[in-house]
Design a protein. Structure first.
Length: 192
């Protein structure tokens, strides 16, 4: 059984960065993804989906190959390839692989303009190693089908990243205040 996870990020670039990180983990056999799509809320209110691969293209290519093979039997390989490609493209529109597009668009409609949601369909994962690698990436869990323990662990890993980032911003703000104060003192000191 697969688990669904939806994480919100402040930008499409950040969501893509995390998706690439997860795909890298998949190469190391730490996680097995059934789907990993990004939905971005556009300024005009529309939701744009960014998927790993186009199912229509893959189905049309497979259909063309099978159509050509059947066409060879009847001595019309090009007609077979054309019919196969068309039927493959049509069938891909009827069969939804991975996460449902309508669900992703509806879930992403609640995002703020410019924000992105990373939709993950996780077949299996080594939880402790994946969560350790996700520390520091940020994001906010919107939805998950994990049990409460796993969901809390994911939220904690993402929250830890947020706390580290907030601490870094506090240090930057303090340094900026010191520099601004020094500049003000220097400006008030005559003859400097």
């Amino acid at each position: 059984m697969s688990d669904l996870v939806v994480i919100e990020f402040p930008s499409e670039a950040k969501a893509e960065e995390v998706r690439q990180k997860l795909l890298s983990m998949q190469k190391d056999y730490l996680i097995e993804l059934g789907d990993a799509a990004i939905a971005v809320k556009q300024p005009n209110g529309h939701v744009k989906l960014n998927q790993l691969f186009g199912t229509t293209t893959i189905a049309a290519t497979n259909g063309a190959m099978w159509g050509m093979l059947l066409g060879l039997i009847f001595m019309v390989p090009f007609i077979g390839a054309a019919v196969g490609a068309a039927s493959g493209a049509v069938s891909s529109k009827l069969v939804n692989l991975g996460i449902d597009h309508r669900f992703m668009k509806e879930a992403a409609a609640s995002l703020q303009s410019g924000n992105a949601a990373l939709f993950l369909l996780i077949r299996k994962m080594t939880t402790d190693k994946v969560l350790a690698d996700l520390k520091g990436v940020g994001g906010k869990v919107l939805r998950t089908s994990f049990d409460h323990t796993k969901e809390d662990e994911l939220r904690a890993a993402l929250a830890e990243a947020t706390a580290v980032q907030a601490h870094d911003h506090t240090k930057e703000d303090a340094l900026g205040a010191v520099l601004a104060n020094a500049a003000a003192v220097q400006a008030q000191t005559p003859g400097v």
